[in-house]
Design a protein around this ligand. Structure first.
Ligand code: GDP
Ligand code: MG
Length: 216
């Protein structure tokens, strides 16, 4: 019974080939495929989670295409609560492009309380750097600097392929989102759940009859 679940919409951004679709698939369905099919159209998948005694429907939006324009960013950040920025840690020159994405989306994004969305950084494909401890350390130091400067609320070193650190960033982000939603609700008496739910269409996931929702 998902009727009482509160929606949390998280968008996943980053350059092509960094592992966005793989990340979503790993977290939602628990598997990894070593094939690359470019995501043309943005799509979402969801999972129901019980968190701090309440039921949430966590929607992960996999943003396809290469359109980094502000108008596009505005469309796909609408009603969103958080953003996961994925970078390919195995490619040294990927980070500048990743930050361009981040900036466009950051500028256009707004949380329900009017402030900016929380952004989290994922340095993916660390399995490809297993033998390069110096590179790994440099990436961690650089990522920490971005966290210290306020660009991100946190960073994680992940391997979607090896199933390393997949749950942790999402749970960290959800915790922060729920705190902010609760504070906002308390301060405004805003009927968040009802208002939010009217904005989503769920046809994608309804097609999958074998999928069972977990809680409530
Ligand atoms: P997207 O364009 O950002 O959605 O990237 P995809 O999820 O389609 O992944 C692009 C390619 O990278 C695919 O061949 C994936 O199998 C591969 N990939 C994704 N994550 C990892 C990872 O953690 N390690 C390695 N080695 N390959 C990965
Ligand atoms: Mg994709």
């Amino acid at each position: 019974m998902t009727q009482n679940a509160t929606d949390i919409k998280i968008i996943i951004i980053g350059c092509s080939g960094v592992g966005k679709t793989s990340f979503v698939q790993r977290w939602i369905k628990g598997y990894f495929e070593n094939v690359y099919k470019p995501t043309i159209v943005s799509d979402f998948q969801y999972k129901i989670l019980e968190w701090r005694g309440k039921c949430y429907r966590i929607l992960l939006w996999d943003i396809g295409g290469q359109d980094k324009t502000p108008s596009m960013a505005k469309i796909f950040t609408r009603d969103s609560h958080g953003c996961i920025v994925i970078n390919d840690a195995s490619k040294k020159d990927n980070f500048n492009e990743t930050m361009k994405w981040k900036k466009v989306v950051y500028d256009e994004s707004a949380f329900i309380d009017g402030d900016k969305l929380p952004f989290i950084l994922i340095q993916n494909k660390i399995d490809l750097l297993q033998n390069d401890k110096e590179d790994l350390n440099n990436i961690m130091n650089d990522s920490q600097k971005y966290v210290d400067s306020g660009d991100f609320i946190g960073y994680y070193m992940t391997s979607v392929k090896e199933n390393i650190n997949i749950d942790e960033p999402i749970k960290f982000l959800i915790d922060i989102i729920i705190d902010r939603l609760e504070k906002f609700q308390l301060s405004t008496n805003y009927e968040y759940e009802n208002k939010q739910r009217n904005t989503y269409k769920l046809d994608n996931n309804k097609k999958d009859k074998s999928k069972k929702d977990g809680c409530c």
